[in-house]
Design a protein around this ligand. Sequence first.
Ligand code: FAD
Ligand code: DLZ
Length: 510
Amino acid sequence: MVAPRLILVLGDQLSPGMAALRAGDPARDIVVMAEVMAEATDVPHHPQKIALILSAMRHFAAELRAAGWRVAYSTLDDPENSQSITGELIRRAAESGAQEVIATRPGDWRLISALGDCPLPLRLLPDDRFLCPEADFARWAEGRKVMRMEWFYRDMRRRTGLMMEGDAPAGGRWNFDAENRKPARPDLWRHPPLRFAPDAVTREVLDLVAARFAGRFGRLEGFAHPVTRADAEAAFADFLAHRLPRFGAEQDAMLTDDPFLSHALISAPLNLGLLDPLDLCRRVEAEWRAGRAPIEAAEGFIRQIIGWREYVRGIWAISGPDYTARNALGAERPLPAVYWGGPTRMACMAAAVGQTRDLAYAHHIQRLMITGNFALLAGIAPRAVHEWYLAVYVDAFEWVEAPNTLGMALFADGGVLASKPYAASGAYVARMSDHCRGCAYDPKAEGTRPPCPMTALYWDFILRHRARWAANPRMGQMLRVWDAMAEGRKAMLRAAAAEVFARLDAGEPV
Ligand code: FAD
Ligand code: DLZ
């Protein structure tokens, strides 16, 4: 009899067409799926994230069994469980006599390295769920002095044919963001995303997670994420029908009482493998062609998926395991307690962190321009910020989280991902949100309330990296604004920044 092989399926590899499954044979091989503490404790993952992954894994294992696979599934509370992925491979090989492991490349260098160290012979296949294979991205990046998402995105439009008219972009422009990115107002008619009541499998997982991960940052109550392909499909269909038309316009807006606005909430099921990126984009294009969504909404959505999502994945793949150690701006402050729900008088930070605690979700601008911007301006150590983002969001896996955090939000990669930092003062938050109205601080730093920490730290950030920005046209412009400012205002902003730093360094709330 031919020895079986072990087909490894990780918690974010839940697609029936995974490369490792395609390379296997249900009549011969054994699928290994393992719930392990090593994956839940590398960083303190949000309880909702752990519950989502375990529930989605259990549902997928049932799907594989129904399709004829033998699945060796280790639950977290199995006393025999060695609690690591490689430990479980070794245990299953000993049990079954398997001589080889077939795996799809994980999206985390830590796990890639662990599989490489596993004593079993390993066939590691590329993860071909992405539209731009790693090798193609490496070729695209090779020899370029700078990489920019916009150029990559145009190539991806040509490659996929999405929203193209022959060789030209549909509507005559590649990018319709000039029509997007407006502030938003509370609107009772805005259609909230579908929430999914836990089924029996999820309820069992929720009990397990509640027992094992008590005391961690993050609420488990109210868990309502899609855990199956059918749920994920329903969530996306709901977005297409109700929120896509306003997606572009409301993409950058923030409202204290509406964490979702017109966002899709599909990053988690997409990253787990429950949805297919090209299929989503085709369906969005069809909505525009049918006249049910404006071009700026459809183009904006497609750019996020075939542009940003593929671009950050390419950067992660070519940058290697040292990317997460980068710290181009020399930021060394520890992560303040506010990120773990500590007290703050900043309404924007309270809203972004509070939603993160309750939902394991915050939309892009909250991640970039609130928690990310504050960490950038306050000089928080990138490694600590990276570990926080990897832990707290339900969609967070290193391949997508690390370039967004270190590259986009913190400029810690020194400009690999973006040409300049996305730094902003409180004035940006005031323009794009309703947070500042009820806040203790004044975003413009010119009224009776104390100056907003974002505003004070913004100028400190520009000045403390002055030499670096001199050659950058956009940042250089801000230096000239500072130079032209009245001396009294400069002194007030400098004093306000010094006070914020003193509070942060003393571990006091801001
Ligand atoms: P929508 O706003 O509805 O967008 C639609 C889809 O576009 C998303 O589901 C996502 O798949 C894709 N997308 C949009 N922007 C990006 C982007 N910058 N990078 C990759 N995909 C994008 N996204 C993750 O999937 N996982 C992460 O761990 C993650 N960490 C982030 C950390 C920081 C500091 C920042 C600034 C962004 C991060 N993002 C991450 C990107 C983005 O914030 C999320 O994809 C988005 O908020 C998910 O919510 P949504 O599905 O409602 O997105
Ligand atoms: C994030 C995560 C968690 C919390 N738990 C598991 C698990 O128990 N078993 C598993 O196979 N995968 C888990 N994951 C996802 C992995 O960490 C993920 O596959 C790697 O980080 C690569 O993206």
